[in-house]
Design a binder for this molecule. Structure first.
Ligand code: CMC
Length: 438
């Protein structure tokens, strides 16, 4: 989108004799204004320095808005609380991709388009065989998603809107199939083909838990819980994996390769890997003695030399409360109730840890609250999803957000290949000496 500068301007002055510059300011519909520094290098010979993008908007976007102080998350203007309680995941996908919620006919058409692409090329299972059975599902998924580009050469051109649309539908439709295949492969069970009469979440659960000798009885509470996990993880503006997808696609690579890059980035424990890290943390505390050991664990978390963090707590943007966590907490209690797991020692430990951390001054004063992953890990564990698959499920849900962001970037006439600059602090020019004299 071509932005119109506001009447306000920023003036940048230098103490080294470089002439002062006026920089345009743009106002968004919500959130902080931005100062346009694109002319800075050309006019002053200087770069800006912002590792970690603490003060840098990398793009303009119409998709997702987060107000970290208010604890607000909007997809295309709609509050996450309304979407999570009044819409399903595929409606949310439609919203993120096309800008508004579908009506009845648009929804039926979209569901039909997605479900007609749920199968993967039969050859994919032979590709799977190359992996070790004990490979981490995210290692497998990164490979599988990247490999889609080897199977669907007819929808690889990012600059062709029709091909982008086909690859978007393919990716949304096939991710559950691929994640379920990664799981089945790890446990040595036959793959289950998708069943298109089931909802998106129910179909995924069936592909996970049914076997050819025993079908899976769909439980509505659990299906709703999983669907909510998908909605809450569908997009989160310019986080690390989304920025990775944008940067990767900015080179003009194909959509499958760009989404594979997003999957790889999401794997990290400070991002999508947090739900897995959180459950592993609970197992560790459990192994060391359970609830009685929470005090010792919290003391380690507070000790700056220990490098231990309370996983599932804290967020770069939400410094008040993660609105997704509130919804996931509700779902967590619903699922534990449905499955009669409120007295399970691991879940009791999780609830006690949450309570203690919420009352502890270390966390309160730093505005560290449980994030969505604290509860989504517990919900997934209760449903029977293995811990090592949690991040793959996050990737499944986030795929639509990555695609929506990628499409927005490519359709923007102002888009350029992403190419950050640097402050070089290494050796100055020097000459190579003959090896004998080094
Ligand atoms: N446990 C203990 N202390 C923490 C934690 C934590 N989970 N998170 C932050 N802190 C402390 C940190 O030590 C620092 O203290 P001090 O001011 O005394 O040095 C202060 O809080 C600020 O921390 P920060 O590292 O500057 O905060 P950040 O905004 O850069 O980090 C975070 C955000 C998510 C990486 C971090 O909170 C964290 O590592 N959390 C655990 C991992 C996690 O749950 N990640 C999932 C995020 S939600 C999923 C997603 O959207 O991807």
């Amino acid at each position: 989108m071509t932005l119109k500068p506001s009447t306000e301007k920023a003036t940048l002055t230098f103490s080294d004799g470089t002439p002062a510059m006026e920089l345009p300011i743009y106002k968004g519909t919500l959130g902080p204004d931005v100062i346009d520094i694109r002319q800075l290098y050309g006019k002053s010979g200087k770069f800006t320095y912002d590792p970690g993008f603490l003060s840098t908007a990398s793009c303009n976007s119409t998709i997702t808005y987060i107000d970290g102080d208010k604890g607000e998350l909007l997809y295309r203007g709609y509050p996450i609380e309304q979407l999570a309680t009044q819409c399903d995941y595929l409606e949310t996908c439609y919203l993120l991709l096309y800008g508004d919620l579908p009506d009845v006919k648009q929804k039926a058409d979209f569901v039909k388009r997605v479900t007609s692409h749920t199968m993967v090329n039969e050859q994919m299972q032979f590709f799977m065989r190359g992996f070790r059975r004990d490979a981490h599902p995210m290692a497998v998924l990164t490979g599988l998603v990247g490999a889609l580009s080897a199977f669907y050469p007819d929808s690889m051109n990012l600059h062709d809107p029709w091909q982008r649309e086909v690859s978007a539908i393919r990716l949304i439709a096939k991710m559950p199939t691929l994640v379920a295949m990664a799981y089945k492969y790890s446990v040595g069970q036959p793959y289950m083909y998708p069943r298109n009469e089931l909802s998106y979440a129910a179909n995924f659960m069936r592909m996970m838990f049914a076997t050819p000798c025993e079908d899976y009885k769909v439980n509505d509470v659990l299906v709703r819980a999983l669907d909510r996990i998908f909605i809450l993880h569908a997009d989160h503006e310019q986080n690390a994996s989304t920025s990775t997808v944008r940067l990767c696609a900015s080179s003009g690579t194909n959509p499958f390769a760009a989404i594979a890059a997003g999957v790889a980035c999401l794997w990290g424990p400070a991002h999508g890997g947090a739900n897995e890290a959180c459950l592993n943390m609970l197992y560790d505390i459990q192994a060391q003695g359970g609830i009685e050991k929470i005090g010792e664990f919290i003391a380690k978390v507070k000790d700056k030399n220990s490098n231990v963090r309370l996983m599932g707590f804290g967020h770069r943007v939400y410094k008040n409360y993660d609105p997704r966590a509130k919804l996931m907490r509700e779902t967590c209690h619903e699922v534990l109730g449905e499955l009669g797991l409120h007295d399970d020692p691991l879940f009791k430990l999780a609830m006690k840890l949450e309570q203690i951390a919420l009352e502890d001054d270390y966390f309160v004063s730093r505005k560290l609250y449980p994030n969505v992953d604290y509860y989504s890990g517990i919900v997934q564990k209760a449903i029977g999803i293995p811990v090592s698959l949690f991040t793959a499920i996050f990737a499944l849900a986030r795929t639509v957000g990555w695609i929506a962001q990628l499409n927005e970037m490519i359709a923007d006439p102002e888009y350029k290949i992403g190419r950050p600059r640097q402050l070089f602090v290494g050796a100055q020019r020097r000459d190579v000496k003959a090896i004998a004299t080094r």
